[in-house]
Design a binder for this molecule. Structure first.
Ligand code: PRP
Ligand code: MN
Ligand code: MG
Length: 175
């Protein structure tokens, strides 16, 4: 099946406003504590780039590459960790930054993986949350938007590696 863009679900202005709010909340929560943001590539790179500039403080940023969808629209159920973190997170306050939580498999895998490093604390920050699709119990600490079970792209999120550069979130429909 092929898909094409349908309609705008979240506008660029709404996204920017929400990112500011999340940034402000994190600043209040962490105050002067040092934090490490772990960005889950590829999807979270756009959100994370905007979010770190809203934190307006010293942060450390690292990246993991995790993929479970390949070019499919349904999760394969198997999370592949293609690149791990390079920096030491032991005894650090860690925030994992994701673009979307769907089945929850990616983040539950990463959470267990990072726990082994014994961080001081670990929070999850996601721009989008699709609770209807959950296969494992997983709740984020910072959630931008709770969205219905619609096929979406943009602001980092892809369909077969395209559309990540849209500045808004759009739904997709069958061609
Ligand atoms: C997508 C998305 C999340 C994950 C969410 O990544 O960016 O990382 O799936 O789904 P889940 O909760 O069902 O695990 P994807 O595997 O498509 O890789 P990408 O970020 O490189 O597009
Ligand atoms: Mn991803
Ligand atoms: Mg993807």
């Amino acid at each position: 099946m092929a898909y094409t863009l349908d309609s705008v679900l979240i506008t660029e202005e709404e996204l920017q406003q929400k990112v500011k709010e999340i940034g402000l909340q994190m600043r209040e929560d962490f105050q002067d504590e040092s934090i490490v943001l772990i960005v889950v590539l590829k999807g979270a790179f756009v959100f994370a780039a905007d979010l770190i500039r809203e934190l307006k403080r010293k942060v450390t940023v690292d990246f993991v590459v995790a993929s479970s969808y390949g070019n499919q629209t349904e999760t394969t159920g198997k999370v592949r960790l293609l690149k791990d973190i390079d920096i030491n997170i032991t005894d650090k306050h860690v925030v994992i930054v994701e673009d979307i939580i769907d089945s929850g498999l990616t983040l539950s895998f990463l959470r267990e993986h990072f726990k082994l490093h014994q961080p001081k604390s670990m929070k999850i920050c996601t721009l989008l949350d699709k609770p209807e699709r959950r296969k494992v119990d997983l709740k984020a600490d910072y959630v931008g938007f709770v969205i219905p079970d619609q096929f979406i792209v943009g602001y980092g999120i892809d369909y077969a590696e395209s559309y990540r550069n849209l500045p808004y979130i759009s739904t997709m429909k069958e061609e």
